[in-house]
Design a protein. Structure first.
Length: 611
């Protein structure tokens, strides 16, 4: 008999087997790097996802009009019959995370027992800030608050009033704050736990079981995750391209920017990020990303100082109060409130929920990596609050400055397009000859770093979670990203922004359903975590011992450990040898054959020479 599964005393004095002679409550955890895995290109996941994307690009190139019609019809169906799924998800995920973080599960680490955090608290928070900022802030930071100020959400305020001003920012933060980060945090916690505590690959499907990524259902989940990442990233790149084009139009005076120039911008930036993705210059990309975060912070600080500083100092705290005061009203808005509410949900809230759902596999995986070693309580607290705080500050500065200018006589809302609003605002402030150039640099670098990271994540998912995916797979997804971004702009036509939003909302629905299913799957894993088992055993054993001691000895008794059968046994209601409890920590080699492992010394036990 292999030493990897020896007989030991089991429940009810039966002979049972624990993998590697280790009780499931004593396993310190398993890291994905410790597993012996031979990564391969998953032909089904890669083939299906690739075929869908290539088909989409070809369809859009050959017959943009029919694709536009189908996308519009699909959006109507998603909003009418599936909008409630996004609304339910946004509410449930936040409550679930709060439960996980502040229940007994909060002490469970995203890593092995005793593993130190991967990054210091300061670095961790800084990287979370970086993950939460990007093209979205630059594009929507002015456009969204101004839109809500001029045409408030149904039933909230009269247009262009003080109430509309505060409600506009509250609604913006509602879309970008806690709910958004709860969706990211759910995926990050589940992926991080599966990879760094259970030894599973960094895949969405791995959340559902040790070998789920090899099943048909698991491959379908990973396919939807890849498609979601592709459409979400393409939408972001499309927004960035629109705004770069608008900036070039203002700076150079070249006149109206057409689709030809926009696609040329995508092509040029795609060449840059593909070179970085396949050349291994990850350190350079990280430095570029850090530079962009600093530059974005400088822009926000400039707006704060050059703009209405005193107004903003009063405005920001008031926005926070309005946000919490109107929270339940914003959460409860749905199509049941009438046609105006349905239209608002369709073009704003549901789009955002869909965008975050599509981004979740990408951002969630990144958050999982940088949060390794943190307890779930630390994770939930920091990942929800830190990025939300930066969103409050950043959007209040961008949006508050724009609204203040609007009220002061500068007609920001009259901009020719949403992407031009930021440049119109900058034109009313000092250094207006320089700031548009800075914004274009920001957008270009955001495009490159976001596309580079997303391409590598999609390639990794295509190869069963391979940490360093093959270059040819990476290049394919990079080209697919550029192709989908271009087609999404063509589908939108004269209203390119709306085309981007429609396609993201449609593509996100399948993964929204997967995220709802993820919640019970993650909870099942947490309930059988070694730390959860020790907690249950300790509570039961202590309670039994105290009762027995008081019954037999009154006040004068001590507790000792001894083998016990029957009602007094701590594990009388447990079957610790069941597959659900113990199969996950059985170690295997590259060919999936059981191998010996010593959990006490935390090392593989190699066969003796000549054996």
């Amino acid at each position: 008999m292999s030493s990897s599964s020896r007989p030991v005393a089991g429940p009810d004095d039966a002979t049972a087997s624990y993998p590697h002679d280790t009780h499931p409550g004593l396993v310190p955890g398993v890291s994905v790097e410790e597993q012996r895995v031979r990564y391969r290109t998953d032909k089904i996941t890669f083939g299906v996802a690739g075929a869908l994307i290539v088909g989409f690009v070809v369809w859009g190139a050959v017959s943009t009009e029919t694709l536009t019609q189908v996308a519009s019809s699909a959006l109507t169906g998603v909003v009418t019959y599936g909008g409630w799924i996004f609304t339910l998800l946004a509410a449930v995920v936040l409550l679930f995370l709060l439960y996980v973080g502040f229940s007994r599960y909060g002490k469970i680490p995203l890593g092995k027992d005793g593993e130190a955090p991967a990054y210091s608290m300061g670095s961790w928070i800084a990287m979370l800030f970086a993950a939460g900022m990007g093209v979205g802030l630059i594009f929507f930071g002015v456009y969204e608050p101004i839109t809500y100020y001029m045409t408030p959400p149904p039933g909230r305020a009269e247009a262009e009033t003080y109430q509309a001003m505060h409600s506009a920012m509250a609604q913006t933060i509602f879309h970008w704050g806690l709910q958004a980060w709860a969706i990211y945090a759910l995926v990050g916690a589940a992926v991080g736990y599966a990879a760094y505590r259970r030894g599973r690959p960094l895949l969405m499907s791995a959340i559902f079981g040790q070998r789920a990524h090899l099943t048909v259902g698991g491959r379908l989940i990973d396919t939807f995750a890849i498609v979601g990442i592709l459409f979400a990233t393409s939408a972001s790149l499309g927004l960035g391209t629109l705004q770069i084009g608008s900036g070039l139009q203002i700076i150079t005076g070249i006149g109206e920017v057409g689709n030809g120039l926009l696609i040329a911008i995508i092509a040029i930036l795609t060449c840059v990020f593909l070179i970085s993705a396949v050349s291994g210059v990850a350190k350079g990309i990280r430095r570029l990303s850090n530079f962009n975060m600093v530059l974005a912070a400088i822009v926000a600080f400039f707006l704060f100082v050059a703009g209405p500083t005193v107004f903003l100092l009063n405005f920001i705290p008031s926005v926070v109060g309005t946000y919490f005061g109107e929270m339940f009203q914003m959460i409860s808005m749905s199509a049941s409130w009438g046609p105006e509410a349905e239209e608002f949900m369709r073009y704003w809230t549901l789009f955002y929920w869909a965008w975050w759902v599509s981004w979740a596999p990408f951002v969630g995986t990144f958050v999982a990596r940088i949060s390794r070693g943190r307890t779930l309580r630390q994770y939930v607290t920091v990942v929800l609050l830190a990025p939300t705080l930066i969103c409050v500050l950043a959007f209040s500065i961008f949006g508050g400055t724009a609204i203040w200018l609007q009220r002061s006589g500068t007609d920001i809302a009259s901009a020719a397009s949403p992407e031009a609003m930021l440049f119109l605002m900058l034109d009313a402030l000092p250094l207006s000859q320089i700031t548009p150039i800075v914004i274009i640099i920001l957008l270009a670098v955001f495009f490159i770093t976001s596309a580079d990271s997303a391409t590598l994540v999609m390639a990794s998912m295509s190869q069963q979670g391979k940490p360093h995916p093959d270059k040819k797979i990476t290049i394919f997804w990079g080209l697919a990203l550029a192709g989908v971004s271009s087609i999404m702009l063509l589908v939108g036509g004269s209203d390119a922004l709306q085309g981007l939003q429609d396609l993201v909302t449609v593509a996100a629905l399948p993964f929204a359903v997967i995220l709802l299913a993820l919640i019970p799957a993650f909870l099942r894993d947490l309930s059988t975590d070694p730390m959860s088992l020790r907690h249950r055993y300790a509570r039961k054993a202590l309670d039994n011992a105290v009762r027995q001691g008081m019954d037999q000895h009154g006040d004068d008794f001590a507790i000792e450990i001894r083998q016990e059968k029957g009602p007094a046994a701590a594990g009388r209601d447990m079957d610790s040898t069941s597959e659900r409890m113990s199969s996950w920590y059985q170690r295997t080699d590259e060919d999936d054959r059981p191998v010996d492992y010593d959990y006490r010394e935390d090392r593989y036990v190699e066969d003796e020479p000549g054996r």
